[in-house]
Design a protein around this ligand. Sequence first.
Ligand code: TRP
Length: 371
Amino acid sequence: MEKIILTGDRPTGRLHLGHYVGSLRRRVELQNSGEFDKIFIMIADAQALTDNADNPEKVRQNITQVALDYLSAGLDPSKCNIFIQSMVPELTEFTFYYMNLVTVQRVQRNPTVKQEIQMRGFRDDDDANKKGTPVGFFCYPISQAADITAFKATTVPVGEDQAPMIEQCREIVHKFNATYAPVLVVPEMLLPDSAACMRLPGTDGKAKMSKSLGNCIYLSDSAEEVWAKVKGMFTDPGHLQVSDPGKVEGNCVFTYLDAFCRPEHFEKFRSAFIGRKVSFEFNTLDEVKAQYRAGGLGDMMIKTFLNCILNDVLEPIRARRAELEKDIPAVWEILRKGTEVAQATAAQTLKEVKQAMRIDYFNDADLIAGK
Ligand code: TRP
């Protein structure tokens, strides 16, 4: 069986470090591993509209931004198809048929849907002062099953919050295959391999990076912006003096170090501490943590180290973005080509799906012959 990846993001803003460690970095590795036969990366504009119906302009503008983020992070259009969801209309057709295989009650139990309804303040009772949940938003898990199955994806690299979506997709596949014919593929999800990458907190220490909370470091932030944000990061509020013992758990700087620090960073960035009162003599993250816990390691030291690491990651991304920004029509050409391939692929699967459901009437010689 072919190995096929499908994943994507909603274009509601630029991509940030949470997207990067949660999925984007992994996608680039998988792309370069050569282990996959096909890779589809989707800009989920139709899904973004499910809770932005009154602001299509925001979604429209962010398609270009997300495409720039993808390409600058290392997605390579010669190895993967980057495409725009709404430009593959077959996806809405899959969604319409899958809706009949899922109950309202099942979607209501989806933990991510529940949480997102709450986060957006959609009313779940009769409070007339609040907006209700758009039906399209409520149905997005089903549309996401369409996205995955249309490409017969075997592998879906996503962040932890998407796990209930993949689970629901697997149920739809089983139901479809059992009801009609086994044409759909059951996808596996691929989660990040560490807790820090699974759910990178915002710079304020809040659960998740989110644009509305203003706690994000964007892939397109300048070195100055990154340093300002790192300096302002939440650490251990009880760690007042350098000599005080500090907490590593729940300390944002350490969570980010867990997600980004590699062994070679210690040697590489020792020079950043030259001229300071204390030098940076550590060789492993465990040593840094032990010293912080014991006391005697200041927040500015660990923030400086983190800043060096983040810029090491972001600098090549920034440089590629600056190049790509010079030719936006070329970026759109990449999207057009990727969308063409995606559309043809989805159309082929849709044909099989309709055949399995026996709703391909005009190809049905028996039906037409009156048998
Ligand atoms: N829900 C995903 C997000 O919010 C985007 C998405 C849409 C997606 N369809 C998908 C992810 C299919 C993986 C597979 O980022």
